[in-house]
Design a protein around this ligand. Structure first.
Ligand code: CTP
Length: 447
């Protein structure tokens, strides 16, 4: 009996897949189909897959062509499978021409002509096309635009900045450089806001009132009452309103949260996060900082994320200390906030005028999680124990610093009309609450 094996994702199964399976089957007497596990696809950067593993397996089964279906979970598994199942022929589409020649050492390798004019990617893109307009500062806008190309079903409709000088160097290949937010909203189903934090509330409100979805760089407003108002508006107008904190969507960070919550380091007693960056030349040259994000707005949401996601938002006491710029009223060069919970403590240090080690340490009764600097975009972390021999090291591919996963979540939330965000609403509100306290309470201690 000649045994044939082939592999694929088989998302939204189409006739290109069926034709390939038919021809693969015809190469022998028994066909084994390997369907990729979700985590395997994610790790190799295939992030748009719409159907779950079970749905994709069911679709392959329904073709009646597979004699056996297996799951592909790790790199190098093909060699294992060929040996384990006594495979004679490995078949794959011609889009992989040459890539699997190394399997010739184990069995015959056959590349089958790929069917023209159909692919899962195209089918996914046809299912929806969301036009996202970009609002605000250039650097993040450019990153967002670049990352949107990795996500199926999104087009960038244009760009608007309240600060018109940004427009001059704006992204060259965008279809629209709008002169008003309304003009951009006309051409968009949704907007991404990364303007100065003082503008977020007004711009988000304007979009929601027009029934447009919003993803806004956190903090989405500077006061808790504005946040509540925006939430109410989003419900009233049936729109998604989502915080953008890219770290929340990075694979390493989201896995770290799960590991921490699953008791790997025992009970969590302390969370300490540091985020600093000394990139703002404007500050050094003593220029006007009215368009520059202060330390708390720039880094507070990211640093507070692990605190609130691991310890909750119900702390009993806090103290906030800031070192302010002499020249610029209200601009904190450095802020340290400490939180006391009934059974834990936390601290965040953020700075745009002070440099420190940007690490995250989560301390527990059995061990601690250590994420080296810059923790907010690091693909690597360790769980460390008293006995170093027990230490565990973790690495997760973190393409695009989490931005493309964030865009995916936003689109899926729009498509399913419910929040599929990694940032729980109570966390989002608590973050705005801290910014509100920092900005308006007058209780921040100055040093
Ligand atoms: N295939 C094919 N003809 C097509 C599409 C896919 O022969 N038009 C083959 C691929 O070469 C592969 C198998 O079907 O051997 C499974 O491919 P998969 O990656 O699941 O399908 P794609 O449509 O290529 O998916 P995507 O667009 O996500 O890359």
């Amino acid at each position: 009996m000649i045994k044939v094996i082939t592999y694929g994702t088989y998302d939204l199964l189409h006739y290109g897949h069926v034709r390939l399976l038919e021809r693969a089957k015809a190469l022998g007497d028994y066909l084994i189909v390997g369907v990729t596990a979700d985590s395997f696809d994610q790790a190799r950067g295939k992030i748009n897959v719409q159907q779950s593993l079970v749905e994709r397996i069911e679709a392959v089964r329904a073709t009646g062509l597979a004699d056996e279906i297996i799951v592909e979970e790790y790199d190098g598994q093909k060699i294992d499978d060929i040996r384990r199942y006594g495979i004679d022929v490995f078949a794959i589409g011609s889009d992989w021409q040459g890539r699997f020649d190394y399997l010739n050492d184990y069995c015959r390798v056959v590349y089958l002509e790929r069917t023209d004019g159909v692919s899962s990617t195209e089918l996914r893109a046809q299912q929806r096309n969301t036009r996202i307009g970009l609002v605000g500062e250039l650097n993040m806008v450019n990153k967002f635009e670049a990352e949107s190309h990795f996500v199926n079903g999104v087009t960038i409709s244009g760009f608007y900045a309240a600060e018109q000088s940004f427009l001059s160097d704006a992204i060259v290949n965008l279809p629209l450089k709008a002169t008003s937010l309304d003009e951009l909203l006309d051409a968009s189903d949704a907007i991404y806001i990364v303007s100065h934090p003082s503008l977020h509330y007004r711009q988000a409100k304007q979009a929601l009132l027009r029934g447009k979805h919003v993803i806004c760089e956190a903090p989405s407003s500077l006061s808790a009452s504005e946040w509540d108002e925006l939430q109410a508006l989003s419900k009233e107008h049936n729109c998604i309103l989502m915080d953008s904190i890219k770290t929340a969507y990075s694979l390493a960070y989201s896995r770290l949260l799960l590991l921490a919550k699953s008791g790997k380091i025992g009970k969590i007693v302390s969370v300490d996060a540091v985020c600093t960056s000394l990139t703002d030349l404007a500050m050094k040259q003593g220029k006007d900082l009215s368009h520059t994000w202060n330390s708390m707005c720039q880094w507070g949401p990211t640093a507070l994320l692990p605190v609130f996601q691991l310890l909750g938002t119900q702390y009993v006491e806090k103290s906030v200390v800031s070192h302010y710029s002499d020249e610029h009223e209200g601009f904190d060069l450095f802020t340290k906030a400490s939180y006391i919970y009934p059974d834990a403590v936390a601290s965040v240090k953020v700075g745009k005028g002070v440099k420190s080690e940007g690490e995250l340490v989560i301390s527990g009764t059995k061990g601690y999680i250590y994420v080296p600097a810059p923790w907010w975009k690091n693909a690597y972390f360790e769980i460390r124990y008293e006995n170093p021999a027990d230490n565990m090291r973790y690495f997760y591919q973190n393409d695009g610093e989490g931005i493309r996963y964030m865009i995916m979540s936003f689109l899926q939330s729009i498509a399913h009309n419910r929040h599929l965000t990694y940032i729980q609403p109570e966390v989002s509100r608590a973050i705005v609450g801290e910014i509100d306290y920092f900005t308006h309470s007058g209780k921040v201690r100055k040093i």
